[in-house]
Design a protein around this ligand. Structure first.
Ligand code: GAL
Length: 690
């Protein structure tokens, strides 16, 4: 059996020095990064000068280009043409606009598929795709690796000293697709061999005794392709998900190593996908200088639900230990492929979303895209401009925000989001639930979102932690539905509680070990002593079939799952209201060491339930809540030298008034704001301490 990595690909790229934060504003010559994703290759050169003028007029000083332009850069194997890109850069640079170039591997040329049809993805039914679409490649294919090395090397050599190129975006939204061909299978087998060393260890870890799936040779290990009755081994699938994430990382490192060697002066990033987490962002981002990500809030039905993109921002910030990040694609118009997504919004809302990114730690905002494409799949995905280049209302919005953000740069530079509350996002639990949700409509994201929303409604900043993150600074850590955990994570959470932290766990925690194997201890397994509860029975549910009674007389609808709790050392805060387990504990709190653990055995669609719960936890953990923020308005805070920069963001079409605890000054007008801040529809106010 052959190990199918191209020689050297498992070597990690040089990483940004530990502990050193990358300063995006400094990197951009002291300017707040403000830009658009630009595709000059799709427009006549005669239009470029006018584009650059309009960009400059709108305050744009940055573009991202090239991530799909492989065939323009290498029209034939080994023949490179960067002249068009040189000319585009020259025009842009003359208007003070610098670029991040995408390595163009997201769009491999047709000639590459003609020569190597096997670079295309094979699906889980064994069907090989053909040329078309994008990111249609198998990460381990040696021909694809060789072609990648050739184009990335040529691009880096050409632009390594170009003053107008300040960095690289590797590929575009690296992650799926998963490839199920023989090369991928061999790579998976090699990955398993490195992980388990001995086949007996793999057989034991995956419980292959079940249905007689025991392996006697590494070559027998299958991929989780579509099987009869859709039957699968959850342990194998979780390791395949980890393998896919590691392979994505390895492919990124493969490119990063070339770029760092040839062009060490330039920074490296990626455009990631927030809550779409087929890749472990925390792991991947070790190889990047800073996080870039793509934010499309219009995908959500209720646009006043600002906490949905809010959580994604905070997750992306947390994926590189809360270093400030960059919006590589910020919604600049209505989305849509075959049909438009949703309906058009007041253009002012795009500005509010841009400010939301900044409020959550973005030091750069780059809109997708400068102008809507005339061609291809994305004819209905609006850019700032429409195809006719008319300076429309969205352009006016971009120009306004561009001017404001340059004015605010000295204030924002060096400021950060600071939180005392964290949500723990576990890629292992997420992936395990993805394959085996337990209940049909269980949503791991919903578990995170319910608690996140409650804290945001109370005006509390939230960080998102990953299993390796340092938790010491947090007063409250919410680790919902921690289905899969290894001993290191159990030890970390135990130590956190012992030394005074408040931990909130929810149903399905402690069920499985790191191999996705169910524990034989009484649930919640490794967390039972810490939470002071035992679970001898549970009830999977579909709808609002249960009820939570308490704390006190309050009643809340409950759904999805009931862990029926038997307190061992915990105190009961709420019980179930219905079914044969009415009166049994649903929510408990337990003192452990210097801290405490809440265990929430069910889920509610009532925001009030979460408001009450976090209020209890906050009171005991000395976290101040500000519960008077009106619906559809967000208050978010960055801090600098102990002083607050407050963003008041109105996502609704109605004026609102927001009481603050002290009077602030408006950072844009310089004027004092009243204690009760008036915020017009779709408006933003940036406030500073006087
Ligand atoms: C992003 C992608 C862009 C563009 C955009 C709109 O996910 O990175 O290239 O496709 O979506 O569909």
């Amino acid at each position: 059996m052959g190990v199918c990595f191209v020689a050297g690909t498992m070597v990690r790229a040089q990483q940004a020095p530990a502990g050193k934060s990358f300063d995006l504003i400094e990197w951009n010559g002291g300017k707040f990064i403000y830009g658009a994703d630009y595709y000059p290759e799709a427009w006549p050169e005669s239009q470029w000068e006018k584009d650059a003028e309009m960009m400059q007029e709108a305050g744009i000083n940055f573009v991202r280009m090239g991530e799909f332009a492989w065939v323009k850069m290498e029209p034939q194997e080994g023949r490179f043409d960067f002249a068009w890109l040189d000319r585009a850069l020259k025009v842009l640079n003359a208007h003070g606009i610098r670029a991040v170039l995408g390595t163009p591997t997201a769009g491999p040329p047709a000639w590459l598929y003609t020569k190597h049809p096997d670079i295309a993805v094979m699906d889980a039914n064994g069907v090989r795709y053909r040329f078309g679409s994008r990111r249609n490649y198998c990460l381990h294919n040696p021909d694809f690796r060789a072609a990648t090395a050739r184009i990335v090397t040529a691009l880096a050599e050409h632009y390594k000293d170009h003053p107008g190129v300040i960095g690289w975006q590797i590929d575009n939204e690296l992650s799926d697709p998963k490839c199920y061909d023989a090369i991928s299978q061999a790579a998976f087998q090699a990955w398993c061999q490195r992980k388990f060393r001995a086949l007996e260890a793999l057989n034991a870890a995956w419980g292959t005794v079940f249905w007689g799936h025991t392996y006697h040779a590494w070559e027998e290990i299958p991929l989780p392709w579509n099987t009869l009755f859709n039957a699968y081994n959850p342990s194998l699938i979780l390791d395949f998900d980890r393998f896919q994430s590691a392979s994505t990382h390895d492919y990124l490192d493969f490119q990063a190593a070339i770029l760092r060697k040839i062009a060490p002066r330039q920074a490296i990033t990626e455009n990631e996908m927030g809550m779409f987490q087929e890749t472990d962002w925390y792991d991947l981002n070790h190889s990047l200088d800073f996080v870039g990500w793509d934010n499309y809030p219009m995908m959500y039905k209720d646009l006043t639900q600002y906490a949905i993109p809010g959580l994604a921002h905070d997750l992306m910030r947390g994926s590189k230990d809360n270093q400030n990040f960059m919006m590589m694609e910020e919604e600049g118009g209505l989305g849509g492929w075959a049909t438009f997504i949703g309906r058009q919004v007041d253009p002012a809302l795009y500005r509010v979303w841009a400010y939301q990114s900044v409020a959550h730690g973005a030091d750069g905002v780059c809109y997708f895209r400068w102008r809507t494409s005339r061609y291809g799949t994305e004819q209905y995905w609006q850019g700032i401009l429409d195809q006719d280049s008319y300076p429309n209302a969205r352009y006016a919005m971009v120009r306004q925000a561009g001017r404001e953000l340059q004015q605010l740069t000295p204030l924002l530079h060096g400021s950060k989001v600071v939180s005392v509350v964290a949500l723990l996002n576990s890629p292992d639990s997420r992936w395990a639930f993805q394959n085996q949700p337990g209940v049909e409509d269980f949503q791991y994201d919903q578990q995170l979102q319910d608690f996140y929303d409650a804290f945001r409604r109370a005006g509390v900043s939230v960080d998102v932690a990953f299993p390796p993150s340092d938790l010491a600074a947090y007063r409250i850590v919410v680790a919902p539905a921690l289905l899969v955990s290894d001993q290191a994570l159990v030890d970390k959470l135990t130590a956190y509680v012992q030394s005074g932290g408040t931990l909130i766990l929810t149903f399905r925690s402690g069920v499985k070990d790191e191999n996705n194997v169910v524990t034989d201890r009484t649930l919640p397994g490794a967390f039972a002593a810490l939470a002071g509860v035992a679970i001898h029975d549970f009830d999977p549910q579909m709808n609002e079939e249960q009820e939570i009674v308490g704390p006190g007389e309050a009643r809340f609808p409950a759904r999805c799952w009931s862990d029926i709790l038997t307190p061992t050392t915990a105190k009961v805060l709420a019980t179930y209201g219905r079914a044969y387990y009415a009166g049994k504990a649903a929510v408990t709190v337990n003192s452990a060491g210097k801290g405490r653990v809440y265990y929430v055995g069910t889920e509610s669609r009532s925001p009030l339930f979460y408001d009450r719960l976090i209020a209890l936890a906050a009171r005991q953990s000395l976290v101040a809540l500000n519960g008077q923020i009106p619906q559809g308005v967000e208050v978010a805070v960055r801090q600098k030298a102990g002083k607050k920069i407050i963003f008041v963001l109105n996502y609704t079409g109605m004026g609102k008034s927001v009481p603050l605890e002290q009077a602030y000054r408006n950072a844009l007008t310089g004027k004092a704001e009243p204690l009760e801040v008036q915020i017009p529809p779709y408006e933003v106010k940036v406030l500073t301490e006087p």
